[in-house]
Write a protein that binds this ligand. Sequence first.
Ligand SMILES: *Cc1c(COP(=O)(O)O)cnc(C)c1O
Length: 315
Amino acid sequence: MNTESISRTPIHRLRDDTIKNLYVKREDMIPYSFGGNKARKAFGFFKQIDSGDYDYVVTYGSSHSNHCRVIANMAADRKLPCLIIGPDEVSDRTYNSVMMETFGARIMTVPVSEVHDTIEKTLEDLKAEGHRPYFIMGGGHGNIGTQAYVDCYNEIKAYEEETDIRFDYIFFASGTGTTQAGLVCGQILSGDDRGIVGISIARKNPGGRNVVIQSVCDYLYQREISFDRGDVNQKTLFIDDYTGEGYGEGNDEILNTIREELILNGMPLDSTYTAKAFLGMKKYVTEHRLEDKKILFIHTGGTPLFFDDLSKLGR
Ligand SMILES: *Cc1c(COP(=O)(O)O)cnc(C)c1O
């Protein structure tokens, strides 16, 4: 798979009854393993794997993880063994977990409190056996993941230049915060000023926001770009008002959002990430009276999770 070919994902307008100028960037249409932000990040990790001397891929995530599905797919297409360490607590069967099995990934579940030590020990054991493992943090966190969303930010800029449409706000689902960190870095690097609003799908402040800020600083530091921490703070809008019951917990309002968007725009959303963020965006826009602004929603993927939700949509 030539990674150049993923650029650029489409941006198109959505019909909406409250936001007059609502657009969406379809990261779910990245043409590899159902796409999504985890696919965009994974291309970066595998570029490093392909140019290095590795014979094993190890990562972390639950049975719902879009990240683990994409990593297992990319490892399988290279015939590299892949080990996924996951929390016992979230190991029910999902379309993502069935795909991980199909790709032949080895799945190891442990209580969440033991995850950290298990990863360390597993990597040591593999090395002792003579392997050269490559470890990818859960969700594709880290500077390589951040870079993927700096690139995405630049795609948005290129679209704006071509069309003369300028987005006042960019909304998306924020989890580990890597996607958000990349977008904020992209904004800082290009000297723009607009609202980049991450809708948290689980984490609370100040912790959630601090992780984004730290990721932004790590990236800019590594690239030796001088920056003002106050500026980073001010540009990082991590909104934790719409997390509901927490990670993966949908409710009727979220399921209604999935149904409505599927009918109105033919666009699939899922209850863990994109529908939660889409609904959060709509509430935020109403609360802050942004109905007349030009708004871009980044659809970060998760199509297999949409199918997990489908049976709950009813009629
Ligand atoms: C992982 C994920 C997110 C969150 O991305 P982060 O970079 O971890 O903040 C959002 N949407 C979908 C569909 C995801 O799989």
